[in-house]
Structures are given as structure tokens and as C-alpha cells.
Design a protein around this ligand. Structure first.
Ligand SMILES: Cc1ncc(COP(=O)(O)O)c(C=O)c1O
Length: 387
């Protein structure tokens, strides 16, 4: 009865762990939850106020399927300010979250059996979204020891006549990677030489700990589809606002797809796009970003003291991806990363996400979107477990 397309979608790989976590919570156990994927901050008050005002002032109806013109204009201003590229509202499609933007962009670009180069470790949804579009994800492995550096040589080793495009994600989930300007330029050049499209998922763009990021969109806006949204940088995960900015023909295709698929993103949420983006330097946001930087430093310092684990210092987002493979197997602390995550939860009440879901079997993802006191306790527990 269920279609082939949906039957083959992998269920979430973190289900078992989540079930255990819920069970322990229900039994009244306090969990140090380092598995979270969203800021622990509430949406800033100035944005919530904008939503209340909008609700009372007519932002309650359908908008254009691709998004309200004022919201799209705000995204154009934001892209010009941050990527130094002038774009028109006709190049912007606002969706219900970056995930929908990604899905629709892939559906608009991928033909059956097209291969999509996907640097690993990757965010969990990419392989399934590529498969849903009837494409084939081709992973390109990067390593913590090399700071997850991605080079044209690594991409070239996986290139075939069926290769259609590349997905980049910076700052990255799960590694926090932010590449140098030179590395991004080399990847864009590789895409140009091989006539590949590039999807650049920049949903963590506001959470930068060591300086600016380098968007491939700035280098070749005709080839690159820029994906972002309000979820992470503005602590607005529940508001469901994401967008694709790309060349007009592709934006038109995505807009048509969305007009049949779901129509416009929530109008009240769209009313917050301009207030949020235009006040990118609001003190509430700056405070949140600097707290994340302090937490990153705390985590790096704590984990550096454990031998036999490797990670690259995350330049952005709120995750640290730790390679624990030397500590697994015979004589190690656990059989594999899934087992390690389960034992950390059962024995130390610390929840982390095992690496297989990100295409990196010997690793675990730790989120630092939790208060400092909780992170300190978690570090102590992890040190005790792995020490
Ligand atoms: C890399 C990456 N892209 C996209 C998303 C989805 O964002 P949204 O909540 O706006 O759909 C996430 C959320 O975890 C993410 O980590």
C-alpha cells in the first residue's frame, strides 16, 4: 500500500536513544541533554513583539506562495549586506523552514539517478532528501584530524558523468566547520569546471565563533542556491521560516512547486523576517552569540583533556563532533558509537547523538545549546567515562 518512494525512507536513526531518554525522563531522572538541535534561548522579545503587532494588523491571510514581498525584500537586503550580492525578490522563496527549502530545491534540481556529492559527516536529512528526489547521495569523507577540510581532489575522486551537484553546509552540523575563503573558492571553481550546481545550507550563519564565514553564493550566485532561515540564528525553530535564494529560473521552479505543495509559510512568522534580519545586531542576539562562543571554549577545553579522542574546533553552530573510534571495540569503553551513547545515557545521564546518523560511525555529536552549569556537569561525566 505504501509507495516505493516513502517505503524506502530510513527512519530516524536516533529513535532508540530517544525512546530511552524519554523513558528516563518519565521516571524522573535528570538528563544532561547534549543531543539538542536548537538554541536553548527563547525567541528574543523584540521579535515576539513584532509578531503580536503583526497579528493585530492584518498579517493573518495568505501571502504570495513564495512569500510576502516585504519579507522577501528584507532577505534581499540581508543577502546584500552579508554576501555582497544584489538580489531581487523574484530570486527568493520563503518556505516553512530550511528543511522544506532544501527539499524543494533538491526536487527542482535533481533528475532520477543524478549523483549528489555530500561531504561527510553530514546533517542527517541530506541523504534522505536526495533519495526522495530520486537522486543518489555520494559521500565524500572528511576527517577531524584534517579539520574536516574538503578539497577539489576529494570531490574529484567521486566525480562521475552522473554527478549533478554538491551540498555544502557551513557552519556545519555536526562538525561546526567554517572553511577558509581559499577553500570555498577552490570548491566553487571545481563546480564551475565540472558544471555542477551547488546547494549551500547556511542555516547557522549567525552563530560564528572565530570570524566571518565565506559563502559560495558570493562567488557564483548563478550556480549556487543559498539556503538559510530564522531557526537557529534567531532562536526561532518553532516559527518555521526558511528560504532559498538563487537564480530566477530556479526560484520560479521552487515557487511553483511550493504553490502546489504547501502554499506560503505562516504569515505571522513571515511578518518577523524584516524585524529580525534588519536588527541582526540587536543586543539580545549579540548576547546569545557570545554565550555560544564561551560555551564552545568550555567544551573544547574540557574535551581536550581526554586522551584518544579527536575533534576539530568548531568555528560555528553549537555542536562538537568527537571521533571516539580509538576508544571503541575490544579493550575500549564500548563496542561502537551507538553503544557508547547508550552507556553514557544509562550510566551518566548524558544524552549525545551517535555518529552513524551523520555518516561517521566512530563519532558522537555533542550539542552545547545548553546552560553552562549543565555543560560543566556533562564534561565531568564524559571525562569520568572516557578518562
Ligand atoms: C544543517 C541543517 N540544515 C537545516 C536544518 C533545518 O532547519 P529548519 O528548522 O529551519 O527546517 C537543520 C536543523 O537541524 C540543520 O541542522
Amino acid at each position: 500500500m505504501i509507495s516505493q518512494r516513502v517505503r524506502t525512507i530510513e527512519p530516524s536513526a536516533t529513535l532508540t536513544l530517544n525512546a530511552k531518554l524519554q523513558e528516563m525522563k518519565a521516571a524522573g531522572r535528570d538528563i544532561l541533554n547534549l543531543s539538542v538541535g536548537e538554541p536553548d534561548y527563547p525567541t528574543p522579545e523584540f521579535i515576539r513583539e513584532a509578531a503580536k503587532f503583526a497579528m493585530d494588523n492584518g498579517w493573518t491571510r495568505y501571502t504570495a506562495a513564495a512569500g510576502h514581498i516585504e519579507a522577501r525584500q528584507a532577505i534581499c537586503r540581508h543577502v546584500e549586506r552579508t554576501r555582497d550580492v544584489k538580489v531581487e525578490p523574484s530570486q527568493v522563496v520563503i518556505s516553512s523552514g530550511a528543511k522544506q527549502s532544501l527539499s524543494q530545491t533538491l526536487l527542482s534540481l535533481v533528475d532520477p539517478a543524478d549523483e549528489v556529492l555530500l561531504p561527510a559527516p553530514y546533517w542527517v536529512s541530506y541523504p534522505e532528501l536526495i533519495r526522495l528526489a530520486e537522486g543518489v547521495p555520494i559521500t565524500v569523507e572528511t576527517s577531524a584530524r584534517e579539520n574536516h577540510r574538503l578539497t577539489p581532489e576529494m570531490l574529484g575522486a567521486q566525480l562521475t558523468p552522473r554527478t549533478a551537484g554538491i551540498i555544502l553546509n557551513e557552519p556545519g552540523n555536526p562538525t561546526g566547520t567554517v572553511s577558509s575563503a581559499a577553500d570555498i573558492a577552490a570548491i566553487v571553481e571545481f563546480a564551475q569546471e565540472n558544471d555542477l550546481w551547488l546547494i549551500s545550507d547556511e542555516i547557522y550563519e549567525g552563530l560564528l565563533h572565530d570570524g566571518p564565514m565565506h559563502s559560495p553564493f558570493s562567488l557564483d550566485p548563478d550556480r549556487v542556491a543559498l539556503i538559510s532561515g530564522l531557526s537557529k540564528s534567531f532562536a526561532m525553530t518553532g516559527w518555521r521560516i526558511g528560504w532559498t535564494v538563487c537564480q530566477p529560473e530556479l526560484a520560479g521552479a521552487i515557487g511553483r512547486l511550493q504553490s502546489q505543495n504547501s502554499s506560503n509559510a505562516c504569515t505571522v512568522s513571515q511578518a518577523c523576517v524584516a524585524p529580525a534580519l534588519d536588527q541582526y545586531d540587536h543586543p539580545d542576539l549579540k548576547e546569545m552569540y557570545s554565550t555560544f562562543r564561551d560555551r564552545r571554549d568550555l567544551m573544547v577545553e574540557g574535551l581536550s583533556q581526554i586522551s584518544g579522542v579527536h575533534f576539530s574546533n568548531p568555528g560555528g553552530a553549537f555542536y562538537i563532533f568527537v571521533d571516539v573510534s580509538e576508544r571503541l571495540g575490544a579493550g575500549g569503553v564500548a563496542d561502537d558509537a551507538d553503544d557508547l551513547a547508550l552507556r553514557l545515557l544509562e550510566e551518566h545521564q548524558i544524552a549525545v547523538v551517535p555518529g552513524p546518523a551523520f555518516g561517521a560511525p566512530g563519532c558522537v555529536r555533542l550539542s552545547f545549546a545548553r546552560p553552562e552549569s549543565e555543560l560543566r556537569q556533562a564534561i565531568e561525566g564524559i571525562q569520568a567515562f572516557l578518562g
